[in-house]
Design a protein around this ligand. Structure first.
Ligand code: HEM
Length: 409
């Protein structure tokens, strides 16, 4: 996956592709005009053999079509464009997000029970308490950074609790999240490669030690449940470590950006903030509207397992197709007034912010609950959202999120 993403940024840059422009200012900070151009063609083909789809219908079709996988037919990723950033001998395997059936099916099924809506409902109180505690501290500062003081620590605390990770160093985890999140764009500098190597090694060490502890003394957490599956021979230890890494990073990196992107959008739409303040029960609608309008995951990719005709264009087998999730919510063929942020809209269709098909986000119930509680609590306690005209966006194209968002209490 890394290698493929690297090809996206490097390859497209050379080809002068619209996708390459996404990685450059000002489009990196406002990709929507580029998406509008991409939607003009049903399928965009780069001269490097990659394809991009950006309309709602084609993205949705590809995500649900089982002839599109995430690996080539022989189970490999496309050949790497550059040297792997991980040291020789470091055991690294793909997460189940990066696997096709049957491994995807087996590993996802082992993790699924922990994220069922019923199980997640049991976490409501923890999320409420953590939200109040973090907001008390942030608001007491007068001026605070929504990202560092609230949006990042909240999901980090919740997913760590769920997994059973004690004594969490929030800043360290947030840094790992940024490093691993940025790697989805392709690792380009030596510094990034080193950071990725060290984050992966640290996380592996952490999970190996937690697995050893939970083997001795099992608890009620997700790691203990997966350790039982390990004992039953349903997955290997490396698969267990890798699954824990996926659950941890996917569990906070995206939710933090959903909260951040949402508050940035409210800052630009004060009348919508007023609506939410006057009726905090609209927080659930706010979550869905932010996922349509400013989704934290903008791009994903699939690989054709057989030659396919998409939007009238034939795509040969084993070709990479970039699916522009971030474009789908702004598609005028799918939504009326798509560039208007409106909590009262009755959406014509489900957004693709959590993807679709077999890789549909496993953590969606948790993300929804956390963001709903966060937006409602912020609306109750923050009279106005005044944000700088040009906030500091992160330099990534797959993940859309803010580095910081300074707000006044
Ligand atoms: C998969 C988005 C929160 C765990 C995905 C995918 C997307 C996504 C777009 C699929 C990518 C693809 O199809 O290639 C989001 C967003 C979130 C969020 C926008 C927050 C707003 C979470 C949380 C967890 C989580 C809280 C909790 C652990 C996962 C996992 C997968 C996944 C495990 C892989 C599913 C599979 O491959 O079967 N997420 N996610 N996500 N997400 Fe989330």
């Amino acid at each position: 996956r890394l290698a493929a993403q690297r090809l996206v940024t490097r390859g497209f840059a050379i080809a002068g592709d619209p996708l390459a422009r996404l990685a450059t200012a000002p489009w990196r900070y406002d990709p929507y005009p580029i998406y509008a151009g991409l939607r003009g063609r049903s399928v965009h083909r780069s001269r490097f053999g990659f394809y991009t789809v950006a309309t709602y219908d084609l993205c949705s079709q590809i995500l649900r079509d089982r002839t599109f996988g995430v690996r080539t037919r022989d189970g490999l990723e496309p050949p790497p464009a550059t040297q792997s950033p991980l040291p020789q001998g470091t055991p690294v395997i793909p997460t189940f997000l990066e696997q096709d059936p049957p491994d995807h099916t087996r590993l996802r099924a082992l993790a699924r029970p922990a994220f069922s809506p019923r199980k997640i409902e049991g976490y409501r109180e923890v999320v409420h308490k953590t939200t109040s505690r973090l907001l008390d501290d942030a608001l007491a500062k007068g001026t605070f950074d929504l990202i560092a003081d609230f949006a990042a620590p909240l999901p980090i605390a919740v997913i760590s609790d769920l997994l059973g990770i004690p004594d969490v160093d929030t800043e360290r985890f947030a840094r790992y999240g940024r490093v691993l999140g940025a790697s989805l764009d392709g690792t380009t500098t030596l510094r990034q490669a080193r950071a990725l190597r060290s984050a992966t090694a640290d996380l592996q060490a952490l999970f190996r030690s937690l697995i050893a502890q939970r083997t001795e003394a099992p608890g009620d957490d997700v790691i203990s449940a997966l350790v039982r599956s390990l004992g039953a021979g349903e997955l290997t230890e490396l698969e267990l470590v890798t699954t824990c890494e996926l659950l941890l990073i996917a569990g906070f990196e995206t939710t933090a950006n959903l909260i951040g992107n949402g508050m940035w959008t409210f800052a630009r739409n004060p009348e919508q903030w007023e609506s939410l303040r006057s009726d905090p029960s609209m927080a659930s609608a706010a979550v869905e509207e932010v996922l349509r309008y400013e989704p934290p995951i903008q791009l994903t990719q699939r690989i054709t397992h057989a030659a396919s005709v998409i939007g009238g264009v034939e795509i040969p087998a084993d070709r990479m197709v970039i699916v522009a999730l971030g474009s789908t919510g702004r598609d005028p063929e799918a939504y009326s007034n798509p560039d208007t942020f409106d909590l009262t809209r009755t959406p014509e269709r489900d957004h693709l912010g959590f993807s679709s098909g077999i890789h549909y986000c496993l953590g969606a119930p948790l993300a929804r609950m956390e963001a709903e509680i966060a937006f409602a609590a912020l609306a109750e306690r923050l009279p106005a959202v005044r944000a700088p005209r040009s906030p500091r966006w992160r330099d990534t194209t797959v993940i859309r999120g803010l580095r910081s968002l300074v707000l006044a209490a």
